[in-house]
Design a binder for this molecule. Structure first.
Ligand code: DGJ
Length: 731
């Protein structure tokens, strides 16, 4: 059992292979946080913590005249409200009598083998070979009867602990939740850097690393989706932590909606991290007997730097999150029609592209946006989902058959959550879209968001989408969502419940994905929200890959994919070769660089083959072969960042190494030309020092030498050019 409770000392010890997490119930029933770090020997660390009488840090009633006991200074597991802890709270609620207070004291616990579940939301599940244990700890407010259950799932071999919270109203009056975090983690010190990822549409997942500074720093989304602007994950690492060394704590929220991650450096230079649903426009009514579930957070810790943190995250996301069968399967090389033709196509053109793509190593042909009625631009048509017989006179089923007959799989684009005001659906059901009565709705790509908190809307979408998938005999579906939520008001929900809609929207989304995606286990789904606007672990529960960004420029992608790599495995990142000059940046980059960059993710094409020469098509075929030949290393192996594109302007390099360290692929892109150019030797990682590796040209080097000197970006590689080394162990 990875979880031990000591009755005498009141200490909970959670052990994973390399880490220990320790909590203690103190004499007043407060649940203290005592330790999270490298594995210790089970000792009680409580006597290490110095307690002082601190001015303006009040003492709870139970402490009597003991002025050294203050919830304002103790490290805790869940911070209540109105109990004298002025740091960031885990919860904020309004009781039936109007008071703002939650004072939770431990009233019991339960330890069991296996993993707890999270109702109606994604959560990690144990797989064969995993040892997973759970502890539930109950905190009760004796005055109101409100219960908070803290859930800890311990994935022993994976060095992962998951956290979630259940709040139950066992009182006699309704309460209203205004804040309910999934995780709180207190630290005794604060000499850490806060690493997070975010940017903007077409330049998302940028890497940001800032020292934790006095006060509060936060990232989050209030846009209804996890967003391009901030990704729902964060890392706290020691100031000097590098890829190879230093304490690192990582947090991934398995949620696709509004989120908040806040880090506070306190008056006594302690640190607190909170993560969960954003509290802006969140007001959840909890009637007597009702339960509220927060989304789950995946936590890991390592003392071995950022690469080790990445490996732990990649391993657990690859094996314990996604519900389908595709995660560790080789994905088909696809050709997507979007950048090839946008809305301007007909049956003949699509079939011409599909046919031409056969000579490029393509295995799946995807018809992106524009196949349905009233959709010749992004100004209309969403919602009706009837095939446009002017563009596709024989229908989707026929088109799909033709593509199948060519030996290709067939894929289709959908955007279920939206409606255009210029659509029949909107005419028939204007109240199905979010709008505030008396106000004109805010426009975003001239489309509105459907109210997924409504069951009738969800039923409509499930029926429509399942029909499209079945009649088109789709092997692949791209699920897009191209605006954020505004005017969030539902006429199905009582006035005083409007603060529930943003979360109910996400619950509705998960419900329709349960009923559409999980009922088509043989269809590969790819998530998308104007690129990576909803690139989160909540979506990865349903979809094994997500389109990384609408920016397909290989050089921009280096930074985008670098940011994603910290948390998300390569097989989750949709990445395609497109034409040059690039449609987003206007940059021209050699085909080989575009291909090597796309090999970091689920390799594919997004271009009109008619624009390629025969030689280029043959090159594409070669790249598809290389991708497939090395895919196993990428799907199952370890990922190493060999440079930081935010610090090193001259090149970007990364490598994938098989778990047994016998094979590796090293990718390098020169990103800056120099007069009398410097030769960069890129030091390799993850190889066995005492093994001999052979490169594709027959040269042999030991792992030790490759670690010390690395491999050069050769002289012939000019700006924006790329190269790959393939290594296999020979001795
Ligand atoms: C945004 C996506 O990111 C693109 O790849 C494309 O599918 C368009 N939407 C279609 O409207």
């Amino acid at each position: 059992m990875a979880i031990v409770y000591n009755e005498k000392t009141g200490i909970f010890t959670l052990n994973t292979k390399n880490t220990t997490y320790q909590m203690a119930v103190d004499k007043y029933g407060t649940l203290l946080h005592q330790y999270y770090g490298i594995r210790i020997l089970g000792e009680d660390l409580n006597s290490l913590f110095v307690k002082n009488d601190r001015g303006f840090s009040p003492n709870p009633h139970e402490a009597g005249i003991d002025r050294t006991y203050s919830l304002d200074t103790l490290l805790q597991e869940f911070s209540g409200y109105g109990d004298g802890d002025y740091r960031l709270p885990s919860i904020c609620l309004v009781n039936g009598d109007g008071s703002y207070a939650f004072c939770g004291r431990v009233s019991g616990h339960r330890i069991y083998h296996g993993k707890y579940t999270v109702e109606k939301m994604p959560y990690l599940q144990e797989q064969d070979g995993d040892t997973v244990d759970t502890v539930e700890i109950y905190l009760t407010d004796k005055v109101t009867g409100v219960d908070v259950t803290l859930l800890y799932g311990v994935f022993e071999e994976k060095d992962v602990i998951t956290r979630a919270v259940r709040i139950t109203n066992h009182g006699t009056k309704k309460i209203v939740l205004e804040k309910a975090m999934s995780v709180m983690l207190d630290f005794i010190d604060s000499d850490y850097d806060f690493i997070h990822f975010g940017g903007r549409h077409a330049m998302e997942h940028e890497y940001h690393r800032q020292p934790v500074s006095y006060g509060i720093q936060s990232i989050g989304s209030t846009r209804g989706y996890s967003s391009h602007q901030h990704n729902p994950c964060a890392i706290l690492c020691e100031r000097g932590a590098t890829e190879e060394s230093g304490d690192c704590y990582g947090f991934i929220l398995e949620y696709s909606g509004n989120f908040l991650c806040e880090v506070e450096k306190t008056q006594f230079r302690q640190m607190r991290l909170n993560m969960g649903i954003h509290s802006q426009q969140f007001r959840w009514n909890l009637e007597v007997g009702d339960v509220f579930h927060t989304p789950e957070v995946i936590m890991t810790y390592t003392d071995k730097g950022l690469t080790s943190l990445t490996h732990k995250f990649h391993d657990v996301l690859r094996s314990n999150l996604y519900r389908g069968k595709f995660m560790n399967q080789l994905r088909p090389v696809l050709l997507n029609s979007w950048e090839a033709v946008y809305f301007d196509f007909n049956e003949e053109k699509l079939l011409e592209i599909a046919k031409a793509s056969l000579n490029m190593g393509t295995e799946l042909f995807v018809v992106d946006d524009g196949w349905f009625t009233n959709r010749n631009s992004d100004r209309s048509g969403l919602g009706d989902w009837e095939v446009d017989l002017e563009k596709l006179p024989h229908g989707l089923g026929w088109l799909s058959e033709q593509v199948h007959q060519m030996g290709l799989k067939f894929g289709i684009w959908i955007e279920p959550e939206m409606v255009s005001q210029k659509s029949q659906l909107y005419k028939d059901h204007p109240n199905w879209a979010y709008m505030i009565p008396g106000r004109s709705p805010v426009q975003g790509r001239e489309q509105l968001v459907l109210d997924l908190s409504r069951e009738d809307v969800r039923d409509y979408l499930v029926e429509k989408m399942n029909h499209i998938i079945e009649t088109s005999k789709a092997d692949y579906v791209k699920w897009d969502a191209n605006r954020h939520l505004c005017d969030v008001f539902s006429d199905r929900i009582y006035e005083n419940r409007q603060g529930e809609i943003l979360h109910r929207y996400i619950l509705g989304l998960y419900d329709i994905m349960d009923r559409i995606i999980l009922t088509h286990p043989n269809v590969l789904f790819e998530g998308c929200s104007g690129g990576g606007g909803r690139f989160d672990a909540g979506m990865l529960y349903y979809q094994p890959q997500i389109w990384g960004s609408d920016d397909t420029d290989a050089i921009a992608r280096l930074k985008i994919q670098y940011g994603l790599s910290f948390v998300y495995p390569s097989q989750c990142i949709g990445s395609h070769v497109s034409v040059c000059p690039n449609h987003q940046t206007g940059r021209t980059v050699p085909l080989r660089t575009r291909a090597i960059t796309a090999m970091h993710g689920t390799f594919g094409f997004e271009l009109d083959p008619a624009l390629l020469s025969e030689e280029e098509k043959t090159m594409c075929q070669e790249y598809a072969k290389i991708y497939k030949a090395n895919a196993a290393i990428m799907l199952e192996g370890d990922y190493y960042r060999l440079s930081n594109p935010y610090e090193q302007n001259a090149y970007t390099a990364w490598m994938h190494v098989s778990k047994d360290k016998t094979k590796a692929v090293v990718s390098m892109v020169r990103t800056e030309s120099q007069g009398n150019a410097l030769i960069y030797y890129v030091k390799l990682k993850g190889l066995k020092n005492d093994a001999m590796y052979e490169l594709q040209d027959g040269r042999r080097f030991s792992g030790a030498a490759l670690r010390k000197y690395g491999l050069p970006i050769t002289w012939d590689i000019k700006e924006y050019e790329a190269m790959q080394y393939y290594l296999h162990q020979v001795k």
